[in-house]
Write a protein that binds this ligand. Structure first.
Ligand code: ATP
Ligand code: MG
Length: 394
């Protein structure tokens, strides 16, 4: 029986997960199927040690590109199938080694699963290696530290051979670590923070604070475009849009300007916590990076977070801006993030925000006005949207 070529997927970090491994593989298998749904001919075989994807004439290069963006894969290889006889095996290995340039060392790793095959694993190794050495004088055997390996697996029905491995994204399958709520602005940082959370296995919901008419509808378009890029890692993402104008106006009315950003962030966290708790998001996340701006000094972070009832994860806390920019280009959000539309923080920004807010001053400004009605009102008027990967997005 002739098989189509198959992709063998390795999971790496997952294999250390002991008894949860079954759940991990199931999740990864489902995420791979979801991520590759635009290739209708693919079929899957989800095993305890690998996931096999049968190409059935789908284009490998396209599948490879998409696969390399799915969290939880360590690496993958395209395996070529050959007929089950020693000459076909040797010929395919000669063909693979033909591409090798310069003086290189190699190792043949044969695995005979079908014990009726007339050559043992060791005999296959010797036969193939002998032929390679004979035909390519630039090659040498090194069983300990070879430049490349040729893997041969002899199964009951067919023989698979591969030598190249392609790196996967690493991390865990999105969703395996539970669900969290990300504060998503239109800037460069929070989309990158979102990607890092998803890659760590966390399924995200997004919350955005908008201040119309001070912020334009274009900001919402921008947010949605960013989320569509993130759909590559998580095919459907829920977005909560909070009308924040009245709260912001009030903050600027009652607080000293230098504390406005601190108080504003604290209000955002109150609403975000409420959304998170009511929708079973376990923690909050944001795109803060230590020292990047006044509201991200250690003292500011502490003052902003002090009454927050949920933990806040900051994947970018220690990242340099240049590294964040690199990642934002990699995930494709950079060009969207730099679109010039103002978000609510830029509109209301102040010249001298404090870098060291004091708790008593924070408490004092918040006691000058009872924000609870405005917070309730904003919460009640949250708009919810589900954003999913578009067909033919690539
Ligand atoms: P970003 O590039 O993500 O906008 P930034 O460097 O501009 O970050 P800030 O504007 O201080 O930093 O925001 C810090 C974090 O607070 C953001 O990464 C985001 O998680 C959250 N945040 C800021 N503004 C909003 C908003 N309007 N809606 C939702 N979250 C926001
Ligand atoms: Mg910002």
């Amino acid at each position: 029986m002739q098989h189509s070529n198959i992709i063998m997927v390795r999971f790496g970090e997952l294999s250390t997960k002991g008894k949860n491994i079954r759940e991990f593989i199931k999740k990864l298998g489902q995420n791979i199927k979801d991520g590759l749904k635009s290739f209708p001919n693919l079929t899957y075989d989800i095993k305890h040690d690998h996931i096999y994807i049968y190409l059935n004439n789908e284009d490998f290069e396209q599948v490879k590109f998409r696969l390399s963006l799915i969290p939880g894969l360590l690496s993958f290889s395209l395996c070529e199938s050959v007929n089950k006889d020693i000459d076909s095996i040797v010929n395919k290995c000669l063909e693979l080694a033909k591409e090798v340039e310069g003086n290189k060392t190699f190792k043949v790793v044969a695995k005979r699963i079908d014990k009726l095959f007339p050559f043992t694993s060791d005999e296959i190794n010797r036969k193939v290696a002998g032929n390679l050495l004979h035909n390519y004088p630039n090659l040498k055997v090194d069983v300990h530290n070879p430049d490349f390996k040729i893997h041969i697996t002899v199964r009951e029905d067919i023989v698979y051979i591969y030598s190249k491995s392609y790196p996967g994204l690493g991390g865990y399958p999105t969703g395996i670590a539970g669900k969290a709520l990300m504060l998503l602005s239109g800037g460069i940082d929070s989309p990158v923070a979102s990607f890092l959370m998803m890659k760590r296995g966390v399924r995200l919901e997004m919350i955005h604070f908008a201040a119309p008419p001070y912020t334009s509808e274009q900001v919402i378009v921008k947010i949605k475009d960013i989320i569509k890029k993130l759909n590559v890692f998580q095919p459907s993402i829920k977005l909560y849009i909070v009308p924040f104008t009245e709260i912001q106006k009030k903050i600027y009315e009652v607080c000293d300007r230098s504390y406005a950003i601190t108080i504003m962030r604290r209000m955002m966290l109150q609403i975000a916590s409420r959304v998170a708790i009511n929708h079973k998001d376990i923690v909050l996340c944001n795109g803060e990076s230590i020292g990047q701006v006044a509201s991200q000094t250690l003292q500011s972070i502490r003052a902003i977070e002090k009454d927050c009832i949920l933990p806040i994860i900051r994947p970018l806390a220690t990242y340099d801006k240049l590294d964040i920019i690199k990642l934002s280009k990699f995930i494709g959000t950079y060009d969207i993030s730099i679109r010039p539309y103002e978000d609510c923080c830029t509109i209301f920004s102040v010249k001298n925000p404090t870098t060291c807010p004091h708790f008593d001053k924070v408490n004092y400004y918040e006691s000058k006005f009872d924000f609870s009605n405005l917070l309730d009102e904003a919460y009640k008027n949250i708009k919810v949207e589900m954003i999913s990967e578009e067909e033919n997005y690539f």
